[in-house]
Design a binder for this molecule. Structure first.
Ligand code: MTE
Ligand code: MOS
Length: 760
């Protein structure tokens, strides 16, 4: 069959709705009669016994209909999905500033928000651990530390001609989705609850709401048409919001909506883990790494949440694109009295990759080489030096080719020489340039999550409703899967409508995460559509007396031997002859297997690659800096939709640059997050875009694995292209190889570095 929609740069299916304000997000849904609005009372202590909580003032406040506390939870007071250490409402103990204590339900948003400040809460303060270094000292961990060793790192380090080490800190990041957390729960007849939730994982919201309200999964329906961005922040965290709405709805018998205010959202819900990275590296004269010892300590916050798999991914990705023959990685998952850290685009991968890129950069500066040369020295080979430290054989390495192409198209060498000249003549302003690679493993590392389902209906008029377990957060999943289904049935994509993610249509779906949304849901939907096509084909063969091989579908028609029948007409005929026109599809990712106890196997089906060259300019008197130009070459395999993929690459890069240059999370000594609004937390804006921004998708490079139309996942990998901006800044200010530039490279961080290592 000729592909018609797949591979085309079609606009996002909701683009016309996004730009005209007609795309309905959860808060835009018509509000049911009797709706109550919720607000959360939050802990003001980082670690304390809860002595008493007097909510009489809250209850007496105008408009308040009721309150909900831990005592009102009929079932489990927990929303932790892996480890059950995440209370919905604090019960006796508070563990971070911002932790929910209770919810107030009132007739308006303002009334609810005003009422919560009337609570009188007594605390007996306990010692609070805020930062990961102290946590390591005190052995305060949410999960046991993990070690992965390959080869003989100690021997290799001892015998290496050169050796250096150090410590670098790497900040976290708030997801800063434009739509904050929100859920609306509506009681249904006979004990059912319907929850509209802005969630990447409706299935998890369903099961956690069921547990908390003492119901069964069958009693709960969770629906999400779209999110206004998620970036990992709505993977596990949405369950908290959905559950509180459901508990309040259950208690009051009325529909309840909880929409977090931006500041509360930033204070109450999790973000990217910040890391402290210690390293000890041994290398030869060419900069080839002989032995490496990493110690990672990440701030996990007060509970485990997704910290296990996030830190595992950091361990997996601390090779980035480099062969580490003798390596030890020790990973601490630190328990701190701060909000529980969670998923964020890249899921620990970016932190691991930052670590190795920092080491490479250090080696280059110690040897007075271009970091590019050191990168190339250490790249994985194609037929040798091609086994990762977790024993996966890399079968699709294209990083050398990517570099070759990008070095030419970006004129790296020419510009580098020109920048050196500029810097020699410029006292205050310094320019810098860096090229960094990305190799990112695709699949959930937890093998069981790599499964997906879809439900396809063909109606009598030949049009299609498509549903799958994936959620839409702006990344373009719905259009991509619709393209696949349109082509499978040979119909115009206009005849395919994707309906909201809904736990009553496709059950037990994994989170839309790990960039695997289109890989998995695309395949599942294709299988569902193929079943229906097969049934119609079999019917048509019987009906027209031809062989099945003589039947094909394209351009809204069926070609049946020498006959052409309109697709709707054939569908109508099939229906009249009692052919089922609805089917489910199911997919599980092949080839993967992985043993968590030994950290070995094949956790990833394949790798997605990319590379970026970033040029920056830094004012060495103020530390201010700008990206001047970015050149990106990214691998999407045979792209399902190059327009959507290009958007993902651009957006991912900009988000990565924001993480490493302007976005700074800052907690005070008491554990209060100081940066909880855009006034103090600086995400990139349009004016921060590189004035010269050149983004290309790698052409003619089909995925070597049999993914959907040989495409590759693109959601997360481009974020790590942003590493090049950090190393370009380091390049601009590097006078002294030992200089420590910590991330994010804010003006302050840059100035501190310059002061420690005075140059000129
Ligand atoms: N793009 C937009 N516009 N909004 C988002 O929230 N989330 C990212 C990425 N791209 C996100 C996004 C993250 S964290 C992931 S895991 C993937 O999209 C999830 O979608 P996919 O698997 O369909 O790529
Ligand atoms: Mo993405 S961090 O896997 O939701």
């Amino acid at each position: 069959m000729v592909a018609r929609a797949v591979g085309k740069p079609l606009p996002h299916d909701s683009a016309h709705l996004h730009v005209s304000g007609r795309a309905a997000y959860t808060d835009d849904l018509p509000e049911p009669r009797d709706l109550l609005h919720l607000a959360i009372g939050m802990s003001t202590a980082a670690h304390a016994k809860l002595l008493d909580m007097d909510l009489s003032g809250v209850l007496a406040a105008e408009g308040v209909v009721g309150v909900c506390t831990a005592d009102d939870i009929p079932g489990e007071n927990n929303y932790g999905s892996i480890v059950k250490d995440d209370p919905l409402f604090a019960d006796g103990l508070v563990q971070y500033i911002g932790q929910p204590l209770f919810a107030a339900a009132a007739t308006s948003v303002d009334a609810a928000r005003k009422a919560v400040s009337e609570a009188c809460v007594g605390y007996e303060e306990l010692e609070a651990i805020i930062d990961p270094i102290t946590a390591v000292e005190k052995e305060s961990f949410v999960l046991p530390s993990e070690t992965l060793v390959r080869g003989d790192p100690d021997g290799a380090l001892a015998g290496a001609p050169h050796r250096l080490g150090g410590r670098v800190s790497l900040g976290g990041q708030d997801q800063f989705y434009l739509e904050g957390h929100i859920a609306m729960a509506i009681p249904q007849e006979d004990g059912g609850i319907l929850v509209y939730s802005s969630t990447q994982h409706p299935d998890e919201v369903q099961s956690i709401v069921a547990h908390a309200t003492r119901r069964e999964a069958k009693d709960i329906v969770v629906i999400c048409r779209r999110m206004g961005g998620a970036f990992g922040g709505k993977e596990s965290q949405a369950a908290l919001i959905g559950c509180i709405a459901a508990l309040a709805a259950d208690k009051t018998g009325r529909p309840c909506k909880l929409r977090l205010d931006r500041d509360d959202d930033m204070i109450m819900t999790g973000k990217r883990h910040d890391f402290v990275i210690d390293y000890d590296v041994g290398f030869d004269d060419d900069g080839r790494i002989l032995g490496l010892d990493f110690e990672f300590a990440s701030r996990c916050g007060m509970s485990a949440d997704l910290s296990g798999p996030v830190n595992d991914r950091a361990m997996f990705h601390c090779d980035n694109a480099y062969f580490l023959e003798n390596v030890r990685i020790l990973s601490h998952r630190c328990k701190t009295n701060t909000v529980s850290s969670t998923a964020f685009r890249g899921f620990g991968g970016p932190q691991g990759m930052f670590a190795i890129e920092y080491v490479i950069d250090d080696i280059a500066r110690a040897l007075d080489k271009d970091p590019l040369a050191v990168r190339r020295q250490n790249f994985y080979g194609e037929d040798e030096r091609n086994v990762t430290h977790y024993q996966q054989v890399i079968e699709d390495n294209i990083v050398d080719e990517l570099f070759d192409q990008l070095l030419v198209s970006s004129d790296y060498e020419g510009r580098r020489a020109e920048i050196r000249e500029f810097n020699a003549a410029s006292k205050v302003l310094k320019r810098g340039i860096a090229i960094t690679p990305v190799k990112f493993g695709i699949s959930f590392t937890s093998t069981l999550l790599n499964q997906a389902g879809a439900l396809v209906h063909v109606y009598k008029d030949g049009t299609v409703q498509l549903n799958h377990g994936g959620t839409e957060m702006g990344q373009g999943l719905y259009i991509k899967v619709a393209q696949v289904v349109a082509d499978e049935l040979g119909i115009n994509i206009e005849h395919v409508r994707t309906t909201a993610a809904d736990t009553s249509k496709v059950p037990n779906a994994s989170a839309t995460a790990a960039s695997s949304g289109s890989d998995m849901n695309g395949k599942a939907a294709q299988k569902a559509a193929a079943k229906i096509r097969k049934r119609i084909t079999a019917f048509a063969a019987r009906h027209y007396g031809v062989s099945e091989a003589e039947i094909d579908f394209r351009d809204d028609t069926a070609l049946i031997a020498d006959r052409i029948v309109d697709f709707p007409e054939l569908v109508q005929l099939a229906w009249a002859n009692r052919v089922s026109l609805s089917a489910t599809g199911y997919y599980r990712t092949p080839k993967i297997n992985y043993d968590r106890t030994t950290f070995s196997g094949r956790p990833f089906y394949y790798f997605a690659y990319g590379a970026a060259v970033t040029e920056v300019i830094v004012d060495t008197l103020t530390g201010e800096n700008r990206v001047l130009r970015a050149d990106i070459l990214h691998d999407c395999g045979d792209s399902l939709n190059p327009a959507v993929d290009l958007g993902q690459v651009e957006g991912g890069y900009v988000q990565g640059v924001g993480w490493l240059t302007t976005e700074e999370l800052w907690w005070d000594d008491r554990g209060a997050l100081g940066t909880h609004a855009p006034s103090t937390y600086k995400i990139p804006t349009c004016s921060d875009l590189a004035p010269d921004f050149r983004v290309e998708l790698l052409q003619n490079m089909a995925n070597r694995e049999k993914t959907i139309y040989r495409s590759k996942a693109v959601g997360e990998p481009p974020l790590m292209l942003g590493l090049s901006a950090f190393f370009a800044i380091r390049d601009a200010i590097a006078g002294d190889s030992a200089s420590r530039l910590h991330a994010p490279a804010t003006p302050e961080s840059i100035l501190l570095t310059l002061r420690d290592a005075p140059h000129e």
